[in-house]
Ligand binder design. Structure first.
Ligand code: ATP
Length: 336
């Protein structure tokens, strides 16, 4: 790890040296972030640490939008989507001046370590702070599921359920009218939402950034299905693949039938967090605080093979995302 040369610290010094932690959420909001905030705050307080809540991510940190947090401050949020601490994207924090300002604020508020809940961009920010000598821990909070080191990120499970319930609704109306629908879901670089929702929703095809697609194949499948008496067809398109309306137009020409487009957009971010996301949030928050108490920094928490894990932050960011070919093949197989 290219963080500070503090072997005794990274190896886990048993002497606690953290007295006050800061917690922030950054990047896109994700259901389950509140559960992670709640667990982080409460477990830190139970262990005698003080907690500062930083609002609006790194931008709020630069602007010192910070308040002390007590047990009651995280009451009644476990069931809420979004994030109690609010979130932001910060251009200013991308600059060295912004990062130095953030460090000044952390020192000013006597914060000894920072828990960052967010996606890969937020992790890159945490990595910068750690490289500058400030102890950080990351909790994966993004609906995209695009962090390779963890099987799941907070918010992904809820987002997939939201997409599946939208597919269910579309199925009813599509079969009544014998329609072909394209449903655009989030995923600029990672097609996991389309992949999982496609499998759970029983769609005809999924178009995702990780795999090239041939619209002739999609059209052939729809036409074969129609001949077999299929009342409707649903194709999921991850946003990173291209413009859904253009894909729909090209598909219409091939199948000689109207294709309706539904863009789910920000609907996918909201909603009450699923059981999985709430439990993950609790477990991630717990492990994050445990690491801080053991003086282990520059690390991120996650879940692998149903076990809560932690890993070096830089290594986690460097790990290439593996594509789940087996699930992709299964979607193809089951839609024939
Ligand atoms: P999501 O996956 O939901 O989009 P994210 O955490 O990846 O979440 P980003 O907008 O990429 O969202 O990043 C959040 C913030 O993290 C940015 O606005 C910026 O302040 C900070 N950040 C991103 N990349 C870097 C970087 N290379 N160096 C420093 N800070 C960064």
């Amino acid at each position: 790890m290219s963080g500070p040369a503090m072997d005794d610290v990274t190896m886990g010094d048993p002497r606690p040296r953290i007295k006050r932690i800061g917690v922030l959420t950054s990047g896109g909001d994700a259901p389950g972030m509140n559960a992670a905030i709640r667990a982080t705050v409460r477990i830190a307080l139970y262990n005698g640490l003080k907690v500062s809540g930083i609002r609006r991510g790194y931008q709020g940190l630069i602007e010192a939008d910070i308040d002390n947090m007590e047990l009651a401050d995280v009451g009644d949020i476990i069931n809420r989507g979004g994030t109690k601490l609010l979130t932001a994207r910060s251009e200013e924090f991308m600059t060295e001046a912004g990062q130095k300002r953030a460090l000044d604020v952390l020192r000013m508020f006597e914060i000894d370590a920072l828990v960052v809940i967010g996606g890969d961009g937020s992790y890159k920010g945490a990595k910068r702070l750690w490289e500058m000598g400030f102890p950080t821990i990351g909790i994966p909070g993004t609906i995209d599921n695009d962090l390779a080191y963890t099987d799941l990120t907070l918010g992904f499970d809820t987002a997939v359920s939201t997409v599946v319930s939208a597919i269910n609704n579309l199925r009813d109306t599509s079969s009544s009218h014998g329609r072909v629908s394209i449903v655009e879901v989030m995923g600029r670089h990672c097609g996991d939402i389309a992949l999982f929702a496609g499998l759970a929703g029983g769609v005809e095809d999924i178009l995702i950034p990780e795999r090239k697609f041939d619209l002739d194949d999609v059209a052939r499948k729809i036409l074969q299905g129609r001949r077999r008496g299929k009342l409707h067809s649903i194709v999921l398109v991850a946003e990173g693949v291209g413009k859904s309306y253009e894909i729909a137009e090209r598909l219409e020409a091939l199948i000689h039938q109207e294709v309706r487009v539904t863009v789910l957009g920000y609907l996918q971010r909201g909603g009450t967090p699923s059981v999985t996301d709430r439990i993950l949030g609790a477990q991630f928050g717990q492990r994050a605080v445990e690491l801080l108490l053991e003086n282990k920094f520059g690390r991120v928490v996650g879940i692998r093979d149903n076990k809560i894990i932690d890993q070096d932050l830089e290594a986690a960011l460097a790990e290439p995302k593996r594509f789940d070919q087996a699930k992709y093949d299964l979607v193809e197989l089951l839609s024939l």
